[in-house]
Design a binder for this molecule. Structure first.
Ligand SMILES: *[C@@H]1O[C@H](CO)[C@@H](O)[C@H](O)[C@H]1NC(C)=O
Ligand SMILES: *[C@@H]1O[C@H](CO)[C@@H](O)[C@H](O)[C@H]1NC(C)=O
Length: 149
């Protein structure tokens, strides 16, 4: 006959093994989730586009960034962070933001006139269990004018 102590110990180890398996399954099942986040950035205004005194081109843009990152949220997602923001729930993962780029785009040199550019939305996903990972959406087809403004 087993002592009470021995049984309690067996119950505890069993619980730990189940927990370990659940974590492994959670991380695994996340790999089978193919999220389809969408994002769109409209450049509403070029606030200025000029050559700095040091000769480098500088651009300040006002953008409307809209995104639907709700498909990134699974039951194993703790939070999604992007730029300097953190989204903690699926309900807040669909948003738009009217914003001016905080850190101005600059170029080493003065070669930005008439150039095409892409805007990339980066984010990190922090799961409840498993490894943190990063992803991004690249938006193409933007271009700068031939003249400074
Ligand atoms: C930004 O884009 C969203 C989604 O397209 C739209 O609903 C919103 O009115 C836009 N905001 C501005 C300030 O243009
Ligand atoms: C923008 O992204 C597209 C697709 O990834 C790429 O072919 C193109 O060269 C990029 N343009 C610039 C200016 O980086």
């Amino acid at each position: 006959m087993h002592s009470f102590g021995y049984r309690a110990n067996a119950v505890v180890s069993f619980a730990i093994i189940i927990l370990g398996m659940m974590c492994a399954m959670t991380s695994l099942s996340d790999n089978f989730n193919f999220p389809s986040p969408t994002a769109d950035v409209k450049v509403l205004n070029i606030n200025w586009f000029q050559k700095q005194p040091n000769g480098n081109d500088e651009v300040s843009l006002t953008m409307n960034i809209s995104a639907d990152l709700s498909s990134l949220f699974t039951w194993n997602t703790k939070q999604v962070s992007l730029w300097d923001g953190i989204i903690q729930s699926k309900e807040h993962a669909k948003f738009w933001s009217h914003t001016t780029n905080k850190y101005h785009f600059t170029d080493q040199g003065n070669n930005l006139r008439g150039k095409d550019y892409n805007l990339t939305l980066h984010w990190h996903i922090m799961p409840k269990t498993g490894k943190m990972f990063a992803d991004k959406i690249v938006m193409t087809g933007y271009s700068l004018s031939e003249n400074y403004k």
